[in-house]
Design a protein around this ligand. Structure first.
Ligand SMILES: Nc1ncnc2c1ncn2[C@@H]1O[C@H](COP(=O)(O)OP(=O)(O)OC[C@H]2O[C@@H]([n+]3cccc(C(=O)O)c3)[C@H](O)[C@@H]2O)[C@@H](O)[C@H]1O
Ligand SMILES: Nc1ncnc2c1ncn2[C@@H]1O[C@H](COP(=O)(O)OP(=O)(O)OP(=O)(O)O)[C@@H](O)[C@H]1O
Ligand SMILES: NC(=O)CC[C@H](N)C(=O)O
Length: 594
């Protein structure tokens, strides 16, 4: 059986930084060559980063991507690495000039052939029909006597098409390049998918994924090689760059046709023959490589790693050195501060305590204790003089006066961030607050990035406890003061205020939100499932009315199946209200309180 040494390069690219991404790709190919690899797989859109969004529509950007792939092939040859077979994802254009999401095969100093993505995802955070022309042809390249079929990410998630065509072509290996964003527990889903597809094609499947943060998305790597019987042959780490090597004995290719007619898959198959001589262990015994079998992170470790990487890469890739945030001594700002320290180092994190008329003593002392535990920069700016000046000039009362305090704090954070630059303010709101609009717009909702915007309040507590436990296990000081975890949540904008004055208990609220927001369940169904009708009506109204706040909220790392933002797009001006459990939904003109 022919032998192939495979290298999966799970690297961290930057959207738009074509030259830097190409340099990184070359560096990974050098490392792969040093490890004796025959075939190197780089992720989907590795040269452009993913997702490129409307950059795909810019002629100049497509030109740069096309030039970069050609230049990469030449540089490989110049460095004596032309014998490698490199598969790399990039942006290209078809003969009709429509953009294509492509994986090109580089060998001998040339771009030998390319595969265009067939199944374009167009749900959730993906808009690929807006940009790309779908491919209709399967590409199989014969590498050292093995027929390697290519596919790109979503091609794996849909039945038929490329997976079926790979089986029709009798592939010895299915190589899939991916840009698959992280969601909690998605690694398990991917593994089962990869197993199923490997079994369907009847050969091993190699899966390489990006690593790194890109605005609200985080890519978790987790590249793998899985045999046709489902055995995991190699698995890369989560959230860190890595070159995953695997030695594979694969079925020898025998077919001689270079073009197969359209089969039941609906795709033609094009075969590129003989990239390099057949290599068998007997002919050229390879030094065995260390095949990684990275341990899986548990649920909370995984989510925490995603949040840390999301913030770190947002700052690093946007040239931001420091962050500022308001520290109330509460659980949300404390968790955000702890994530920021993990992401950027405590020396780059500035926490500001802004006590006001209704701030409790423990809000000050817990914030100071957090600073002591983590080593972040800490300062205190009383808001009373500024609040008094505004109130004297504007004569505010009620919610307007309450919100003024949050807005004065926001001015202070933004001013400090402006002064320090390059720096941003972190918004500390969680997903539950975002859902029901429990924040002051242009107040605590200001910021450049919102690290926990996709983390429900109940998960905020879990993560804080988990982070403390981790520190304990490592013999470090737990970052979160105990009082912060146990205290009752309050915005402290008026005397004795409690979150539960306005909101249901968080355990109940998060379950209602998971149903209404997470799975788009209708009001009638929620009541049928056992939720209290009056409660869900109230929550649903709050959610629907807060769309304008969410639309103006900063970006933040997606960790769930359905995050606010690109995942859940609703009109702000919206006459639809799900207020009647009997009917499941009514128009706004039918309800009196709309
Ligand atoms: N459709 C629309 N499109 C664009 N803007 C719209 C709008 N409707 C109202 N607005 C604007 O929004 C304003 C109302 O929003 P906003 O000023 O935020 O005020 P509002 O939502 O009325 O009050 C904020 C609530 O959040 C609570 N809070 C504040 C701060 C922190 C926390 C916490 O615990 O984390 C909780 C606070 O106790 C209060 O219950 C309106 O006065 C108007 O200017
Ligand atoms: N006294 C304060 N000093 C500095 N920042 C504050 C203060 N009070 C509130 N903030 C900021 O405003 C955000 C909203 O806080 P608030 O206390 O109103 O509600 P919360 O959602 O329970 O947040 P937390 O759990 O952080 O207290 C906080 O996360 C914090 O960034
Ligand atoms: N880039 C893609 O095609 C991603 C879509 C795919 N379903 C995923 O999340 O893995």
């Amino acid at each position: 059986m022919p032998h192939l040494r495979l290298a999966l390069a799970q690297l961290n690219t930057t959207v738009g930084a074509v030259e830097a991404n190409a340099d990184a790709a070359l560096e990974w190919c050098r490392a792969a060559a040093r490890s004796g690899a025959d075939l190197v797989l780089l992720p989907e859109m590795a040269l452009t980063g993913y997702p490129v969004e409307d950059l795909a529509l810019r002629t100049s950007f497509v030109d740069a991507s096309v030039a970069a792939v050609g230049r990469l092939a030449e540089r490989l040859e110049t460095e004596g690495l032309g014998g490698l077979v490199v598969v790399v994802g990039h942006l290209d254009r078809a003969a009709d000039r429509r953009p294509e999401n492509k994986a090109s095969v580089l060998h001998g100093g040339r771009v030998l052939a390319g595969y265009e993505k067939h199944h374009l995802p167009n749900y959730g955070v993906f808009d690929e029909y807006r940009y790309f022309r779908p491919g209709t042809e399967m590409l199989v390249v014969r590498v050292r006597g093995v027929d390697v079929a290519l596919a790109i990410c979503e091609d794996l998630w849909q039945d038929g098409g490329p997976v079926q065509a790979a089986a029709e072509a009798g592939a010895g290996l299915l190589a899939v390049v991916n840009a698959s964003p992280y969601e909690s527990a998605k690694d398990d889903v991917r593994l089962e998918l990869v197993r199923r597809r490997a079994a369907e094609v009847g050969c091993p499947l190699a899966y390489v994924n990006l690593v790194g943060g890109q605005d609200e998305l985080v890519f978790d790597g987790d590249s793998m090689v899985v045999a046709a019987d489902g055995e995991v042959l190699a698995r890369g780490p989560q959230f860190v760059e890595s070159l995953v090597l695997a030695d594979l004995e694969l079925a020898a290719a025998t077919a001689t046709e270079v073009a197969l007619p359209v089969g039941p898959s609906g795709m033609t198959v094009r075969r590129v023959l003989d990239l390099g001589p057949v290599s068998t262990p007997a002919a050229t015994p390879p030094q065995p490589v260390e095949t990684p079998m990275a341990e899986r992170l548990d649920r909370l470790a995984e989510i925490h790693a995603a949040l840390v990487l999301g913030l770190r890469d947002y700052c690093a890739k946007n040239g931001i050195r420091t962050v500022f945030l308001g520290l109330s001594g509460g659980i949300d700002s404390t968790l955000v501060a702890s994530i920021a320290c993990d992401a950027l180092g405590a020396e780059n994190v500035h926490g500001i305590s802004n006590p006001g008329a209704w701030s409790s003593e423990h809000s000050r002392s817990d914030a100071a204790e957090l600073a002591r535990r983590t080593g972040l920069h800490f300062s205190t700016v009383e808001i009373a003089p500024m609040v008094d000046a505004f109130e004297a000039a504007l004569e505010l009362d009620g919610v307007a006066a309450e919100n003024l305090q949050a807005r004065v704090r926001a001015v202070i954070w933004m001013a400090r961030s402006n002064q320090d630059g390059p720096s941003i303010v972190l918004a500390c709101g969680n997903k539950t607050e975002l859902a029901v609009g429990y924040s002051t717009i242009y107040g605590d909702a200001v910021g450049g990035f919102a690290p926990i915007k996709d983390v429900p309040k109940t998960l905020v507590w879990e993560l804080a406890r988990w982070r403390n436990e981790q520190a304990g296990r490592r013999g470090e000081t737990p970052p979160v003061p105990e009082g912060t975890i146990t205290k009752e949540p309050s915005a402290e904008l008026r005397p004795g205020q409690r979150d539960t004055d306005t909101l249901p208990p968080y355990e109940v609220l998060d379950r209602v939100l998971e149903s209404y927001v997470g799975t788009d369940t209708g009001l009638g169904e929620m009541v049928a499932a056992g939720f209290d009708a009056a409660l869900v009506q109230r929550v649903v109204q709050m959610v629907d009315r807060a769309e304008y706040k969410r639309r103006q909220y900063p970006p933040g790392t997606k960790i769930s199946f359905k995050a606010f933002g690109r995942d859940r797009r609703l009109p702000i001006t919206n006459g639809w209200r799900e207020t009647d459990p009997g009917r499941g939904g009514v128009s706004v003109s039918d309800v009196t309180d709309a």
